[in-house]
Design a protein around this ligand. Structure first.
Ligand SMILES: Nc1nc2c(ncn2[C@@H]2O[C@H](COP(=O)(O)OP(=O)(O)O)[C@@H](O)[C@H]2O)c(=O)[nH]1
Ligand SMILES: [Mg+2]
Length: 268
């Protein structure tokens, strides 16, 4: 007669073997789930010149400041930029910077991040009307556009992106997070609160109304929305001008944004 112990062992062995086989067949799926958990994908959207590349570079600790200072950085990239942030605990983000308007590759990039390989979170970048106008080919000097024109263009750009986010959010079970990053805060240090209000749900502003629409479409439980001021480059080393932000203040804003992203991604 078989001892209960041996029987138990045999059963245990089978279970382990079965478990290992099952694990093996699920390996790719499990690996991708682990990758998504540790390195969630983040779409970085917003119109040309608002500061998407700069912000993604700061968040991924990539040194683009030098390129910008040397004048080699190209405002308004036509291709989707990919950046990965890794921290010491093997957690981070995979950023996908979607080209702004004017780029022929924009629609494909929007399809990719919101449909083909839907992202976990969205960082929509706005600049309170301080987007750097893109130069028209063949001309020199910076392009000109009033702040009102810039805000109108931002709103139009946001309408398109918001619809994509809504359709992605309704298709999935897990919630999607959205952060409106109000960047270049160093340029409007005295008006940061007013700017954040303008970009907030329920504010009654044109942008706020669009956010309310998005929330209604996606369903409140399926979409979390945060609005955070940030700046990707300091307002000056040790600014004594109270209307500008210091490098330190910018770094603090960036840290707050990073903390929120970490919370939303379950990293902390
Ligand atoms: N003052 C200031 N300028 C910024 C900031 N972020 C980006 N810029 C500048 O704005 C311009 C556009 O930035 P970029 O990241 O290329 O915009 P993108 O077209 O959205 O990728 C560049 O000249 C940047 O140096 C910021 O936080 N503060
Ligand atoms: Mg760019």
């Amino acid at each position: 007669m078989q001892s209960p112990l041996r029987h138990g062992r045999a059963a245990l062995g089978t279970t382990i073997a079965g478990g290992a086989l099952a694990a093996l067949s699920q390996a790719p799926e499990r690996a991708s789930r682990l990758l998504r958990h540790r390195y969630p994908t983040v779409a970085v959207t917003g119109m040309t010149g608002v500061g998407k590349t700069r912000l993604a570079d700061r968040l991924s600790r990539r040194a683009s400041a030098q390129a910008a200072e040397q004048g080699t950085a190209d405002v308004g990239s036509a291709v989707m930029e990919r950046r990965t942030r890794r921290d010491a605990r093997l957690r981070g983000y995979r950023f996908r910077v979607v080209p702004g308007e004017n780029a022929a590759t924009r629609l494909g990039a929007l399809d990719e991040v919101f449909h083909d390989e839907p992202v976990d979170g969205v960082l929509h970048v706005v600049a309170n009307g301080h987007a750097t106008p893109r130069r028209t080919a063949g001309t020199t000097g910076t392009g000109v556009a009033t702040r009102e024109e810039q805000l109108a263009a931002e709103l139009e750009d946001w309408s398109i992106t918001a619809h994509r986010i809504a359709s992605m959010a309704v298709r999935r079970d897990r919630p999607t997070w959205l952060i409106i990053a109000v960047t270049k805060a160093d340029l409007f240090a005295d008006d940061v609160e007013a700017a954040v209000d303008y970009y907030s749900p329920g504010s009654g502003s044109p942008f706020g109304d669009k956010l309310d629409e998005l929330r209604a479409l996606a369903g409140g439980a399926k979409l979390s929305i945060d609005v955070l001021p940030v700046c990707a480059q300091g307002g000056g080393k040790k600014s004594t001008d109270p209307s500008r932000l210091t490098d330190k203040e910018c770094t603090e804003l960036l840290a707050r944004l990073e903390l929120r992203m970490a919370q939303l991604s379950g990293h902390v």
